[in-house]
Design a binder for this molecule. Structure first.
Ligand SMILES: NC(=O)c1ccc[n+]([C@@H]2O[C@H](COP(=O)([O-])OP(=O)(O)OC[C@H]3O[C@@H](n4cnc5c(N)ncnc54)[C@H](O)[C@@H]3O)[C@@H](O)[C@H]2O)c1
Length: 442
């Protein structure tokens, strides 16, 4: 069994670190945040991710947590870089946390450095050159991108679709492959550049599917088709598949928006205009705002209208609010003069959504509301007593940004219910001579 150090106790670092401990390795997790490390020592996971507490409890004796670089590298054979790589103002990758790890490594150190953080293609080559220049030629370099999805991260580690390993040196790649023994998944062994590209291309492709199905949904609304049937009919085609084919208010989170931007800019910086990605990004930006138009259709001017936002996290089963569509939507509504009352079972947006109210339950959010928007597909929303909710609301308007509720049930309860691309969404459009596209919400 190997001794592994994880740099970064975020989603990628903790899930991977705890996962490797479960496989029997001895793992040291190092972060620069003292509170985070102290909490972990006391058995507390710093964010909401199903199954992670159990993994920590089960593998305590193989895990240690530290803020100290010296303790982190002591006897370490593998150094996993799992620090954040947020976008810069220009949309390129901010690699300052990656470089701060590398700059701290003492000359003469040996082992294999494994890049889990998502980085632009070409980063491995730059890291390799820096290591060599800093007297760290004895450290091997491997790109092993992380594909976990928040909400299902533990399962994604234990049952990955594939493990991608890109190395400059075969022996280093082999050593990293051996760490994964016990996982049943195809291993793609390749060069560093290709491994880096697999990650950016995979996330950009998934985001493309989402924008594609959202555009199909928008056209469905114009022509009377129903996106749920359309997506099912498409998804059963094995060449297409059904995942990431759900219409809604767009993708968010800490990965898709930045990774697609990294790829678009990487292409641009290299002299290629990746036109398709421009469209994917633009569709997503407009999609997040689409519920505003739907609300205006029912309520007219939104000034002083009370709108309940049901769910804030960028998707269910996480408390992550990074790039969440809820933030854009809430800001748009506040700019229209609406009162926003928000509810989420785990995500706390108090520091982000200034001017919004926060309700402890979905029912509380719906009290006296002029309309509600389903923003996150939380299973809890199926437990809401909707008949009771209707009696509490001022007007029973529900815009379902995730097509999460049963349309027929909601309509039979008397709601003016609209999904995204679901049929019969405009039954009450007034007769007018105006061309149909002029009457559509954004
Ligand atoms: N979150 C995901 O779902 C996911 C999935 C796949 C890949 N990734 C990639 O993994 C990387 C990390 O993402 P994340 O969501 O875990 O980020 P995160 O922000 O949740 O965690 C990053 C952690 O790194 C710590 N850190 C910063 N500098 C450090 C240093 N010098 N030494 C040690 N720790 C340091 C931070 O304090 C923070 O706790 C990113 O590149 C991301 O794109 C994330």
């Amino acid at each position: 069994m190997a001794r592994i150090t994880m740099f970064g106790a975020g989603y990628a670092g903790l899930v991977t670190g705890l996962g490797f401990a479960e496989l029997g390795h001895e793992v040291v997790v190092r972060d620069v945040l003292t509170d985070r490390i102290e909490g972990l020592r006391a058995g507390r996971i710093p964010f909401f991710e199903p199954g992670l507490d159990e993994l920590l409890a089960r593998n305590r004796e193989r895990l240690s947590f530290t803020t100290s670089m010296a303790k982190a590298i002591d006897a370490a054979e593998f150094l996993f870089v799992c620090v954040g790589t947020p976008p810069t103002y220009s949309g390129d990758a901010n690699l300052s946390a990656v470089w701060s790890v590398i700059d701290e490594l003492p000359p003469g150190l040996r082992g294999v450095l494994v890049m889990k953080s998502t980085v632009p293609v070409g980063t491995g080559e730059k890291v390799r050159a820096t290591l060599d220049a800093r007297g760290l030629a004895g450290i091997g370099y491997v790109s092993c991108p992380e594909f976990l999805a928040e909400g299902t991260a533990v399962r994604d580690f234990m049952e990955p679709d594939r493990i991608v390993i890109g190395s400059f040196d075969d022996a280093d790649g082999e050593a990293v492959e051996a760490l994964h023994e016990g996982l049943d998944a195809p291993v793609v062994r390749t060069d560093v550049y290709s491994a880096e590209m697999v990650k950016l291309a995979s996330n950009s492709f998934l985001a493309t599917r989402i924008s594609f199905i959202n555009e199909i949904a928008n056209v469905c609304e114009l022509v009377g088709a129903d996106i749920e049937s359309v997506a099912r009919g498409m998804g059963l085609d094995k060449r297409i598949g059904s995942r990431y084919l759900r219409a809604g208010i767009g993708y968010g989170g800490s990965c898709f928006p930045k990774d697609i931007s990294f790829l678009k800019l990487l292409a641009g910086n290299s002299g290629y205009n990746f036109q398709l990605l421009n469209a994917v990004i633009q569709v997503n930006e407009l999609q997040m705002r689409r519920p505003v138009g739907k609300l205006q259709k029912h309520l007219g001017n939104l000034r002083d209208k009370r709108v309940a936002l049901l769910g804030l996290a960028f998707k269910a089963n996480t408390d992550d609010l990074r790039e969440a569509p809820s933030i854009v939507l809430a800001s748009r509504l506040l700019a229209e003069g609406a009162q926003v009352v928000a509810w989420d079972p785990v995500a706390d947006a108090r520091g982000l959504l200034h001017g919004a109210e926060f309700a402890p339950t979905a029912l509380d959010a719906l009290r006296d509301a002029d309309a509600a928007v389903v923003v996150t597909e939380w299973p809890e929303l199926h437990e809401v007593p909707w008949a009771e909710a209707k009696a509490l609301m001022r007007t029973p308007v529900v815009v379902d940004g995730r097509n999460h509720l049963d349309a027929a049930t909601m309509r039979s309860l008397g709601f003016q219910y609209e999904g995204m691309g679901r049929s019969a969404v405009f039954p009450e459009l007034p007769e007018t001579e105006e061309p149909v596209e002029r009457r559509l919400p954004l």
